[in-house]
Write a protein that binds this ligand. Structure first.
Ligand code: F6P
Length: 540
């Protein structure tokens, strides 16, 4: 739909339905409809979603699905897969789905066969990764590579860093990866500590190859290498991943050692392409391609499954149900997998850089609240930290629980304990414990209110057989498409990120003032001026 979705009759119908449903408890919904658990599940690839513990009935789902139709979701999904320029503010196609299309697929966009381009880069990455993994690729002193250091930030860091952590069990070539992103010198210092330049490969990852943090860190790493091994060593120890060959060459990296991608891949949607080079070196091209097949399976599900049985669509619509109609501002993602400890951080960029917008694609102001605040930590750690608020606080925090049936390695039944905690938490959140139940346990009356567990706190549970390259790809694709659906309902351009530009420019303008007595080029406000003065005094 062009225009304001909140003015639609579908939106109004949801508002009215919310008034009827908001007072009803999940205990009641389950009691009145014992079949809901059996009905409210859906599978996508190897992912199984239970969404019965949501404050929703069949009527809710029907109304939400009607909203999706009103927003023109079907047409928009096809527009993305066709390669239309749906990133309107940058006039670009949005084709991360092409990064994982099989070799035999065909997609011509703006006159170019993008699938052939994707596979040419994947083949180049694979050949290079194989050479590094087999120790055929040697450093300048003839030693093989033992550590890959990826230097990048945002989408050029969070994706490969998250996935490397997730797939550590598959890092089988004895090559470790490290990730440097922050312009805080502690990051590069800490990550280079203990490394031998002679066995280190630096992958400088930047879509634009103009990002201050990345280029600064890359210069520091280059100096570290050249000081140890001399200028000629650079070509054996530095490679680049970028869309900008000119800037790569200007930096001093041989463009033969550059792995490319395209402006139709957003940074936060890019780790399944060349930005995943460090991951591919660690786990191998075969595992990387299994991950791509996982992504593709969920892409196909998203494109073809009817919306009523479409996992990303349902999860996105339920997100909108809480954020727009219940006023929930945040959404927790709680993986019961230590390996997914960077997954919430990765999702924060994916979701919030995509949908944290105040204007619609046509430039008019939105009237809905866009972009939930996504956050989370692995269970069970979070249980001993912030779950108190989830259970008894005054705010409604819908949460996605993610679990796996099979561990990579078990010890003394620990994995079942982990999973038992997942199931226990979603049960406690949904059904709680009443004052009567607590009093019946002999709790003193004055303590009863403190112990009441209100319940009625909605959760999704995603269960997969095992955390593998394929299921990781499926999971990431699921959330990419959730973002797409939510962005479509809001009518925003989910693929630009203009909001990050002003702060970057201001930092560049202000930097000289931190070390000189001259006033900054752009006069800051009195508060910032005072802070800079104090900073200079403290720096001495
Ligand atoms: O500042 C935001 C951003 O542009 C992200 O969108 C992007 O992922 C990140 O910076 C890094 O950009 P690049 O890959 O061009 O260095």
């Amino acid at each position: 739909m062009n225009g304001d979705i909140t003015q639609s009759q579908e939106w109004a119908a949801l508002g009215k339905h919310h008034e009827e449903l908001a007072g009803r408890h999940l205990r009641e919904l389950f009691a009145q409809d014992p079949g809901r658990a059996g009905r409210m599940t859906v599978t996508a690839g190897d992912l199984y979603l239970d969404y019965a513990k949501h404050r929703a009935t069949q009527e809710t789902l029907d109304l939400l699905l009607a909203l999706a139709e009103r927003a023109g979701l079907s047409e928009r999904v096809e527009a993305m897969f066709r390669g239309e320029h749906i990133n309107v503010s940058e006039d670009r196609a949005v084709l991360h789905v092409a990064l994982r299309m099989p070799r035999e697929a065909e997609l011509v966009v703006d006159g170019q066969d993008v699938v052939a381009d994707v596979h040419a880069v994947l083949d180049k990455m694979s050949a290079f990764a194989d050479r590094v993994r087999s120790k055929e690729w040697k450093g300048a002193t003839g030693k093989p590579i033992e550590t890959v250091v990826n230097i990048g930030i945002g989408g050029s860091d969070l994706g490969p860093a998250m996935a490397y952590e997730a797939l550590r069990d598959y890092a089988d070539a004895g090559i470790a990866a490290r990730f440097v992103s922050n312009i805080d010198p502690a990051d590069i210092t800490g990550n280079l500590a203990g490394l031998d330049p002679a066995t280190t490969l630096v992958v400088v990852s930047s879509k634009t190859f103009t990002t201050l943090e990345t280029l600064t860190n890359a210069r520091v790493a280059r100096r570290w290498l050249v000081d140890a091994l001399g200028e000629d060593a650079v070509s054996r120890h530095f490679v680049a991943v970028s869309t900008n060959a000119a800037k790569v060459a200007e930096f001093g990296i041989d463009t033969d050692n550059m792995f490319g991608f395209w402006d139709w891949v957003g940074g936060r949607y890019s780790y399944d392409g060349a930005i995943g080079l460090s991951l591919m070196i660690a786990v191998g091209p075969e595992r990387f391609r299994e991950m791509l097949a996982g992504f593709h399976a969920v892409d196909q599900h998203f494109r073809t499954a009817p919306f009523a049985a479409n996992m990303p669509v349902l999860m996105a619509l339920l997100g909108i149900w809480y954020s727009e109609f219940f006023g929930a501002e945040t959404r927790a993602v709680l993986p019961y997998s230590q390996r997914l400890h960077r997954f919430p951080a990765y999702l924060q960029q994916l979701t919030m850089e995509s949908n944290g917008k105040s204007v619609r694609a046509d430039g008019t102001s939105v009237s809905a609240g866009t972009g939930e605040i996504w956050w989370g930590e692995p269970g069970t750690n979070g249980q001993h930290a912030f779950y108190q608020l989830l259970h008894q606080g005054t705010r409604l925090v819908p949460a996605d629980f993610i679990g796996f049936a099979e561990p990579h390695e078990d010890r003394e039944g620990m994995h079942d304990q982990l999973s038992a905690n997942l199931f226990a938490q979603t049960t406690a959140l949904a059904f709680g414990k009443t004052a009567e139940e607590i009093a019946a346990e002999g709790t003193p009356p004055e303590i009863v209110p403190h112990k009441v567990m209100p319940g009625n706190r909605p959760t999704s549970t995603i269960l997969a057989p095992k955390l593998t390259p394929s299921t990781l790809g499926q999971l990431v694709a699921l959330y990419e498409h959730i973002v797409f659906v939510e962005g479509t309902i809001f009518g925003v351009d989910s693929f630009d990120q203009w909001g990050v530009e002003l702060g970057k420019k201001m930092a560049l303008d202000l930097a000289p003032a931190l070390t000189s007595d001259e006033p900054p080029a752009t006069a800051p406000d009195p508060s910032t001026e005072q802070l800079i003065r104090r900073y200079r005094e403290l720096r001495g």
